[in-house]
Design a protein around this ligand. Structure first.
Ligand SMILES: [Zn+2]
Ligand SMILES: [Zn+2]
Length: 419
């Protein structure tokens, strides 16, 4: 069987195709082979659009008008003959960026696309394929061959948008994601960058021009070194919840995802970055581990509702026997917690039910005692102790019949799936 015959087998003719073919080849306006073949682009398999045009012409022995320099293809205006030029533009645009996967998109003059749909209607073709889809695919194939990288991945690290009217290529660079766990040893450190309330980050006298309420944060101590090595434009920090600024995060640490926007480098040496973190964050934050991950992990992290174990130091001292007598009452029924006064400005005011799963006595000093408790996600621990002016019920203060406050709080464990 000759190759020509094999090709013909891929486009079986029937009366309908024959009729459409005649109408198409008799169309008075010039069409390039790509645009002509694309009118039946969704008919037949294993064929390129120019091959479809070729098979039509061969079968029907008609001589359609070919585009010339003066009369270019009415649909694409010669675009499909200029794919190489667009490939070069894509190469120039993507030059400074490291990426392993990409995808092509294009922005068209809407008039051209409308003209194409009008042609399908005139000819009565139910098999037309959009010029935009074909352009993206063909340019993608060309670049795949040039670069040896897959051009049809979702999500792609680099999206190359060819703006056809202007001749420019616009890039969308996917962020780089790293996932890990951190420990926080410093009781004066917020988890994320904390813009100055007065100037909202622009810099003012109150913040000595830094734009920040706190000089640094877990986010900056972990993200800074990574940002530098990835040569990105910024970082965003997603924690599985957050501890209070004055709380330490101990044990195996808290899960987080760090997002670096517009990274020029993706094959970052994470060990080297971790060394830089260890040096810059000494005594304040410890990186337990980190590794590359994907963006969908952010949502999973945000949805997690892990139980947590806390160690709290409570003032003043209360006799051990009295505390131990009250502790069993804590886990008998859920706490009723109305949104605490301290977070009222950013949370809806409502009453939540939260369980304290376990609570145990640890030790005491002359002016304090220490407990450990394991609670359901979303429990306000300080309010459980001091009662938040009656907004949390029952509270330890209520159970012991005297005012109490938390003088130190540590998160000992976050009981997520890994832990
Ligand atoms: Zn064309
Ligand atoms: Zn300020």
């Amino acid at each position: 069987m000759s190759e020509a015959t094999a090709l013909e087998d891929r486009l079986p003719f029937d009366a309908e195709l024959e009729r459409l073919g005649r109408a198409l080849l008799s169309h008075p306006e010039p069409l390039c082979r790509e645009c002509r073949g694309r009118v039946l682009g969704r008919r037949g398999h294993g064929l390129t659009n120019p091959e479809r045009a070729l098979l039509l012409a061969r079968r029907l022995t008609l001589d359609p008008p070919e585009p010339t320099a003066d009369r270019p293809c009415v649909i694409c205006g010669g675009l499909f003959d200029a794919l190489e030029r667009w490939a070069v533009r894509c190469e120039e645009a993507s030059g400074p960026w490291e990426f392993r996967t990409f995808r092509c998109g294009s922005r068209w003059d809407p008039e051209r696309l409308a003209r194409e749909e009008a042609l399908w209607l005139t000819l009565g073709s139910p098999w037309g394929e959009s010029a935009r889809v074909a352009f993206n695919r063909e340019l993608g194939k060309l670049l795949e061959r040039r670069w040896g990288k897959p051009g049809d991945q979702e999500p792609a690290e680099l999206v190359l948008l060819s703006d056809l009217p202007s001749g420019r290529v616009e890039l969308t660079v996917a962020p780089l994601f790293v996932e890990g766990r951190y420990r926080k040893l410093d009781r004066s450190l917020p988890q994320t960058r904390w813009p100055c309330r007065r100037c909202r980050g622009r810099g003012c006298d109150a913040c000595q021009g830094t734009g920040k309420t706190y000089p640094t944060s877990v986010e900056e101590l972990l993200g800074g070194p990574l940002l530098r090595l990835a040569e990105g434009s910024g970082h965003a920090f997603h924690g599985m919840g957050r501890e209070d600024i004055d709380a330490r995060m101990l044990g195996t640490g808290r899960p987080f995802v760090l997002e670096i926007s517009r990274p020029h480098r993706r094959s970052v040496d994470l060990e080297r970055a971790a060394e830089a973190v260890a040096e810059g964050a000494k005594g304040r934050v410890e990186l337990v581990r980190w590794d590359f991950t994907t963006g969908d992990r952010v949502e999973r992290l945000k949805e997690a509702r892990p139980e947590k174990t806390y160690r709290i130091e409570v003032r003043p001292a209360v006799p051990e026997a009295k505390v131990k007598e009250a502790l069993p009452l804590v886990t008998l029924r859920p706490l009723e917690q109305r949104t605490p006064l301290r977070v009222q400005h950013r949370r809806a005011d409502k009453v939540r039910q939260r369980w304290v799963r376990e609570v145990r006595w640890v030790s005491c000093t002359d002016d304090s005692f220490t407990l450990e408790l394991r609670t359901e996600a979303g429990t306000y621990v300080k309010e459980f102790v001091d009662g938040d002016q009656g907004r949390t019920h029952p509270s330890l203060s209520e159970l012991l019949g005297q005012p109490l406050t938390v003088s130190a709080l540590d998160v000992l464990a976050i009981h997520d799936e890994e832990n």
